[in-house]
Design a protein around this ligand. Structure first.
Ligand SMILES: Nc1ncnc2c1ncn2[C@@H]1O[C@H](COP(=O)(O)OP(=O)(O)O)[C@@H](O)[C@H]1O
Ligand SMILES: Cc1cn([C@H]2C[C@H](O)[C@@H](COP(=O)(O)OP(=O)(O)O)O2)c(=O)[nH]c1=O
Length: 228
């Protein structure tokens, strides 16, 4: 079935990209813009979004699954995603609410698959299981040089007087993060109907405007000028 029809009138939008590129910031801003246009929307994140998936998130990000290897971690992320799709994303879309998700299946493809070395067939099978047909209508891939993204995050941490430790994936070296960036770009190139790459090397306000232009143009049938 056409995915747009499968979701009814609601739309499913995901944000993807490396660490610190501004995904959470823009998820919050897009939600505000949608609400201001009269669209009923909810935000969520991965791994997480339901109590079971949040438990898996804590387990992985504390590094407790690291020794198990990328394939086992891909299975854990898929288990969290299946619970999230079944108990949060699917029900909200079916109720007519748009769902805006901070990371989704492309993160498993980029981190565990292309960067972590888990083969395409395994990633594909896990994706079929976990998504249960809920492919995003639009994926915004935020892209910037990982060094610049880390500088930005560190500057904010110093401003807020927070100690920098980083979770399991943030502690990987820069070469790894450059490879990750290339892998997100290659996923976007391979899925041109679904993915749009956005430069994250702009101010928060400019990024918000760019994203709003893309979302409102793509879903102009749902976000009419009458609602602005
Ligand atoms: N466009 C931007 N320019 C400068 N700093 C930004 C921008 N977007 C986000 N930030 C800051 O960078 C840090 C990471 O942003 P965040 O939205 O949490 O990224 P992510 O969810 O991709 O990890 C935060 O401290 C945030 O305030
Ligand atoms: C959803 C998902 C996340 N991850 C990783 C990416 C992040 O390093 C981490 C999620 O932590 P998070 O703090 O949400 O990262 P960020 O703020 O950069 O979005 O989990 C995977 O490796 N595979 C996945 O399928």
């Amino acid at each position: 079935m056409d995915q747009a029809l499968a979701h009814g009138s609601a739309r499913f939008i995901t944000f993807e990209g490396g660490e610190g590129v501004g995904k959470s910031t823009q998820v919050a801003r897009l939600l505000r813009r949608l609400e201001a246009s009269g669209v009923d929307a909810v935000r969520t994140r991965e791994p997480g979004g339901t109590p079971n998936a949040e438990a898996i998130r804590t387990f992985i990000l504390q590094g407790r699954s690291e020794k198990w290897g990328a394939a086992s971690e891909a299975v854990l992320f898929a288990a969290a995603r299946l619970d999230h799709v079944t108990n949060f994303i699917g029900p909200h879309l079916d109720a007519g609410q748009w769902v805006i998700c901070d990371r989704f299946q492309d993160s498993t493809r980029a981190y565990q698959g292309l960067t972590g070395g888990v083969d395409e067939q395994t990633i594909g099978s896990l994706e079929v299981l976990a998504l249960d047909g809920r492919t995003p209508d639009l994926t915004l891939v935020l892209d910037m040089d990982p060094e610049a993204a880390f500088d930005r995050v560190n500057a904010r941490m110093i401003e807020a007087e927070l100690a920098e430790t980083g979770d399991r994936f943030e502690r990987e070296d820069l070469v790894w993060h450059h490879r990750l960036r290339e892998n997100f770009l290659s996923i976007a190139r391979n899925n041109p109907e679904r993915c749009v790459v956005i430069s994250a090397d702009q101010s928060e306000d400019d990024m918000e405007e760019t994203i709003w232009r893309i979302v409102s143009a793509r879903f102009s049938d749902r976000i009419g000028p009458d609602n602005e």
